[in-house]
Design a protein around this ligand. Sequence first.
Ligand code: LLP
Length: 423
Amino acid sequence: MDHFGYRQGEMYAEDVPVRDIADQVGTPFYCYSSATLERHYRVLTRAFEQQGLDLLLCYAVKANTNQAVIATLAALGSGADVVSEGELRRALKAGIPAEKIVYSGVAKTEDEMAFALKAGIYQFNVESVPELHQLSRVAEHLGLTARIAFRINPDVDALTHAKISTGKSENKFGVPWRQARGIYAEAARLPGIEVVGLDVHIGSQLTRLEPFREAFERVAGLIETLRADGHDIRRLDLGGGLGIPYDPTDQEPPHPESYAAMVKEVVGGLDCRIIIEPGRLLVGNAGILVSRVIYVKEGEERNFLIIDAAMNDLIRPSMYDAYHEIVPVREKKAEKVPYDVVGPVCETGDTFARGRRLVPMQSGDLVAIRSAGAYGAVMASTYNTRRLVPEVLVKENEFAVVRPRQSYEDLIGLDRLPDWLAQ
Ligand code: LLP
């Protein structure tokens, strides 16, 4: 459930008419709802509480790194999952304490490790043997100890889009589960390393529980073996990945309560602190991308709704063939007609939807692209020298611009001429 709904035919974000924001900020822009963020956080944490599980929720900040979004979740008690020094800096700056931060990713560099060690993060999720050795060297050099979990690749098919599936043996992520015993034994011998847990993340936008169950059963068995080998595994990080409804005509993904019940059933008996790393589930449906129709172009075969947002602002449809609901900001009573909804970028891939049935639209009308809070603004680029669009956060009847529209000076001014061209 989100807080973008209609009142007398006009779309509101909580208690603010979306049109008012468009008038003041211009289009396109991202609009996030505080109440929706809060609701999603509470539904998820309550589901684990009801199961009596000891939970550390680490929001996967990659989904939406705006300081205001992270700070909203930090105020609710959230931790963070980060995958770069930049994300770690953003999480710390937004008020997430280091002792609630886990660091994932296949390519942590020496500098990044040193920064995270000095910050005192909760845990490194280590993804390879070379990374383990590097971390040991960096920690020893600094006189610090890195608490680690290995990310286990359970070789399970997440049944999601190939580009966001991470738990098969052919993927670059994690260490193969069959090699885990040897790798844990190696870690136990290294200076600067304290083995505390095990981690698994099999992919994103999972719409069924079975792949999670399969992966969790595999790692539960592994934890028992590793404990028998003498490793003190106290934390189990289950990653993120629970999907959200994008297309209202599709079957809904499992509710967080069913997910938490399954977690309890499969790993509840292990007496581990459970860490989860949800991204999309918290922020996906808490955001929309608002755009204005520039032209309605009648083609020979199809009608194009040309809007001022493009693939550089929201890349999910072109990159993953993702479905995003598109709705008019002003409801109309009229028979729907099919449109190809496209942006201004000079690529045919710059298409948000094909043959989408919408009420007839005119130049100047506003549309909202829904479920754009996750992997939207964070994946934006300035392709075609288009400025990064503003982000707005709504809270009840107030809104604030939480990132202003980039200026052309900022965008073009980043380039430098070499001496031989500067004269
Ligand atoms: N933990 C790890 C280690 C991850 O790699 C990810 C996402 C998450 C947690 C959060 O997953 P979530 O709960 O959001 O599914 N850009 C793609 C999604 C990429 C996901 C990458 N990793 C998209 O727009 O669908």
